[in-house]
Design a protein around this ligand. Structure first.
Ligand SMILES: [Fe+2]
Length: 261
């Protein structure tokens, strides 16, 4: 029997840590971040999974908290006509982001339901901090959202990593109240995946019945396992997720090789 459109996997493209600036030619950690972002977009358009049903941007969209940076991000994605959901990272200005990356096909934080899947876009932003946190209000909101999506398969997207990456400097700026976060997640067996950015590297781990994923940046990557700050020579990247109706997830990192900017 041919697969009905209802049973087709939901295709999600995760992009993270674009670190755009007000000026299109600004460089950070050796790369022109706008150029590498565009190259990642070019790369994923050649993929069999293109176009995705949804782009989710997991924070550090802009490096310099500039209006022009967010406008450039929006203008880069808007022509595709694909819904874009975003959450703030430590470098973002959540107020500017909420203003510029909302409306039309853009959504800032919140939730989305797509057939049997629900996606929760969770802010871990703490003003003036590189580390992330939830606190009682956001934990309560997460509990409520998970209760509202019982019977669905749930993916939770956030900026900061809630599991140690084995890299001392990065784990010092992780999600502070990770234990409280996992207490909520573990009480909700319908959570299939927790996906983050922030760490500028790819990871894929099983935690109980759930998948934990981190995704490379569209600019420079961090060296996995390094005690101190160090860059990796891996190219810019993004992540494909195919969320199947039965709760299975196929995922792959798309490395835009040959594209250091
Ligand atoms: Fe970050």
């Amino acid at each position: 029997m041919a697969a009905s459109s209802e049973s087709r996997a939901l295709r999600v493209l995760q992009i993270s840590d674009t670190h755009l600036h007000a000026a299109a030619d600004s460089r950070m950690r050796g790369v022109t971040t706008y150029a590498t972002f565009l190259r990642v977009l070019e790369h994923v358009q050649r993929d069999r999974r293109w176009p995705p049903d949804l782009v989710m941007a997991t924070g550090d969209i802009v490096q310099d908290e500039s209006r022009a940076g967010y406008e450039r991000f929006r203008m880069s994605l808007e022509p595709f006509g694909i819904p874009v959901a975003s959450i703030p990272g430590n470098h973002d200005d959540p107020n500017l982001m909420a203003e510029i990356l909302s409306g039309g096909s853009f959504q800032f934080c919140g939730e989305q339901r797509h057939g049997p899947w629900s996606l929760i876009f969770l802010s871990t932003f703490l003003s003036g901090e590189d580390a992330g946190g939830l606190g009682n209000a956001r934990l309560g909101g997460l509990r409520k959202a998970l209760a509202a999506h019982v019977g669905q398969h749930v993916l939770v997207a956030m900026h900061h990593h809630p599991l140690p990456m084995g890299s001392a400097w990065l784990d010092g700026v992780a999600l502070r109240d990770a234990a409280a976060f996992w207490e909520v997640i573990d009480a909700n067996k319908h959570v299939r995946a927790v996906v983050c950015g922030h760490v500028h590297q790819a990871a894929e781990r099983q935690r109980n019945e759930m998948l934990f994923l981190s995704t490379p940046s569209t600019c420079a990557q961090f060296l996995p396992g390094s005690e101190f700050f160090a860059l990796d020579d891996r190219p810019p990247g993004a992540r494909w997720l195919e969320l199947h109706a039965d709760g299975r997830i196929d995922t792959e990192v798309a490395w835009a090789r040959g594209s250091r900017g």
